[in-house]
Design a protein around this ligand. Structure first.
Ligand code: SAM
Length: 212
């Protein structure tokens, strides 16, 4: 399944700009292995998972391939990426995958506090990303952000936003990717209380005026 995903990604990337990473070995490492880093910190069985700003499917689709029992929702704002997601899901014969085209701020009302886990990679700084992701998570669930290593400063700058949005940073895990010198930070945020209804603010506001 990973080989099929890799080949389709390379083919589609010739027509649409889906990823800057185009060499097979680099796709395996920087997209597939990196997406799977989360499985070093939590076990996934049949949870409802949302990938916010999924792009060409990372990290959500590698997690679904590795853990087929999860109920995955891929949220993505860009049309051509959504087209690729629809195509690859059908080619991989994946079930229990929902694709939503739209921005987090605009789609959250229907899906508010519905997911056990929200994940995101390379979408925004943590204080902005928390406003996109935490509203989707049930109290007791998790939001896990894929970040560069080190991430301490970014986390320190997001503590207030996370608290306002009903979260608490539980841990920061450093994951070293196999057979490489690449390290990834996973910032694990627990949802400890409901997100106040005024969040997320309307489209663009989280980015323009991040919570501090
Ligand atoms: N997560 C993928 C990855 O790691 O390869 C894609 C990363 S790409 C740099 C960021 C993606 O997030 C873009 O495809 C963009 O359209 C999407 N995005 C950014 N802000 C968003 C928002 N507020 N709601 C939904 N998608 C968003």
């Amino acid at each position: 399944m990973f080989d099929l995903y890799l080949n389709e990604l390379i083919e589609w990337n010739k027509k649409f700009n889906l990823t800057a990473i185009t060499e097979p070995e680099k796709i395996r490492l920087k997209h597939f292995a990196d997406s799977l880093a989360l499985l070093d910190v939590i076990k996934l069985t049949n949870e409802s998972v949302i990938d916010v700003g999924a792009g060409a499917g990372f990290p959500g689709l590698p997690l679904k391939i590795a853990c087929p029992g999860i109920k995955l929702t891929l949220l993505e704002a860009t049309g051509k990426k959504v087209e690729f997601l629809k195509h690859i899901i059908s080619r991989l014969n994946l079930t229990d995958v929902t694709i939503i085209k739209g921005r987090a701020e605009e789609t959250v009302q229907e899906y508010r506090e519905k997911f056990a886990l929200a994940v995101a990679r390379a979408v925004a700084k943590l204080n902005i990303l928390a406003e996109y992701c935490l509203p989707f998570v049930k109290v007791g669930g998790l939001f896990i952000a894929y970040k560069e290593w080190p991430v301490d400063e970014e986390v320190a700058g997001a503590q207030k936003a996370v608290k306002i949005l009903g979260g608490k940073v539980r841990d920061i895990k450093k994951i070293e990717l196999l057979n490489s010198n690449l390290a990834r930070s996973l910032v694990i945020v627990e949802k400890i209380s409901p997100t106040p209804p005024q969040y997320p603010r309307r489209t663009g506001t989280a980015k323009k005026r991040p919570l501090r």
